[in-house]
Design a protein around this ligand. Structure first.
Ligand SMILES: NC(=O)c1ccc[n+]([C@@H]2O[C@H](COP(=O)([O-])OP(=O)(O)OC[C@H]3O[C@@H](n4cnc5c(N)ncnc54)[C@H](OP(=O)(O)O)[C@@H]3O)[C@@H](O)[C@H]2O)c1
Length: 281
């Protein structure tokens, strides 16, 4: 039986994902798989780290492409499994985006929720028992960000199945198509809905994987200066990666939503941006 430890990061070619890979190179005793949907961008990122003495390995992985997921999964065997999976890949349309709301909703939910779920479900047999999954969420993933109490109850129902959660996320897209999403209580942000869905999946998956000892958590990494925010933010990707790594490398409990300062936040409690970040919400 191989004892090789493996960590996998999605969207590792830039931003927070790249900083997580770099931090793992410094702190994780094993092989680090930097994955990226674009081969040349991923190889360039790996080269940058190799130039400073690190040894990440590049693998192509577009989480929205089934073929890419299958190719990636074929790397693993019963004696070659993953200790740590960081689901980092994500997209955000900023407020001034010119794309239609429908396009924004479909793409955002596709990458941040449906693809993350598909990929995670496909790779699950290759996560080691007692391994760790960390989903990079956001302050936007807090349940309070969904205006409708009825929807909040449905999304956070502990008896909700994965198919039920997927249906709710699909209902949101249908609601946007009919331009009824505000009236239906979803609010105006596809990113919020996608990250709330991601958090719901995190807690559901953690419950489901208890028998295998796999711990699943999600984290808000802070407001981070990356391409996603066009460089706006309060912390560098390296700073953000520190809190991510602290949790990823010392996971003792699953089913947590952790804030960038390390606080464990009740997902269905008051909006933590008020009491942690001091923002008026
Ligand atoms: N920046 C913030 O303030 C902030 C705050 C809270 C949460 N987050 C979350 O942190 C994560 C990383 O964000 P970031 O700020 O580092 O964003 P970023 O700089 O825009 O990087 C996003 C990464 O995701 C990858 N990606 C997008 N679609 C993908 C797909 N289909 N398959 C595989 N990879 C894909 C991108 O690849 P390409 O280079 O090929 O596009 C890129 O590597 C996201 O989940 C984001 O929602 C960010």
């Amino acid at each position: 039986m191989s004892e090789e430890k493996i960590a996998v990061v999605t969207g590792g070619n830039r931003g927070i994902g790249f900083a997580i890979v770099k931090g793992l190179c410094e702190n994780f005793n094993g092989s680090i798989f930097l994955t990226s949907r674009d081969k040349s961008k991923g190889e360039k990122a790996c080269q940058e780290l190799q130039n400073i003495g690190y040894t990440p390995q590049f693998y192509q992985l577009d989480v929205t492409e089934n073929e890419s997921i299958l190719n990636f999964c074929s790397l693993f065997k019963s004696n070659k499994k993953i200790d740590l999976l960081v689901n980092n890949a994500g997209i955000l349309f900023l407020k001034d985006a010119i794309e239609s709301k429908i396009f924004q909703a479909e793409q955002t939910l596709l990458v941040n929720f449906f693809a993350l779920v598909n990929f995670t479900e496909a790779i699950l047999p290759f996560i080691k028992d007692h391994g760790t999954i960390l989903n990079i969420s956001s302050s936007s993933g807090h349940l309070s960000r969904i205006p409708s109490e009825k929807l909040r109850k449905e999304i956070s129902d502990p008896n909700l199945s994965l198919d039920g959660l997927k249906s709710l996320m699909q209902n949101y897209i249908e609601s946007v198509k009919l331009n009824k999403h505000i009236a239906d209580g979803w609010g105006d942000s596809p990113y919020v809905v996608s990250k709330v869905g991601l958090n719901a999946y995190t807690f559901m998956l953690n419950r489901r994987l208890k028998h295998r000892g796999i711990l699943v958590n999600c984290i808000h990494p802070g407001y981070v200066m990356t391409d996603m925010t066009r460089g706006a933010g309060t912390v560098s990707p390296e700073e953000a990666a520190k809190c991510v790594l602290k949790l990823a490398l010392n996971t003792k409990v699953g089913g947590l939503y952790v804030w960038s300062n390390g606080d464990i936040v009740p997902w269905d409690g008051p909006d933590p941006r008020g009491y942690i970040d001091g923002k008026i919400v």
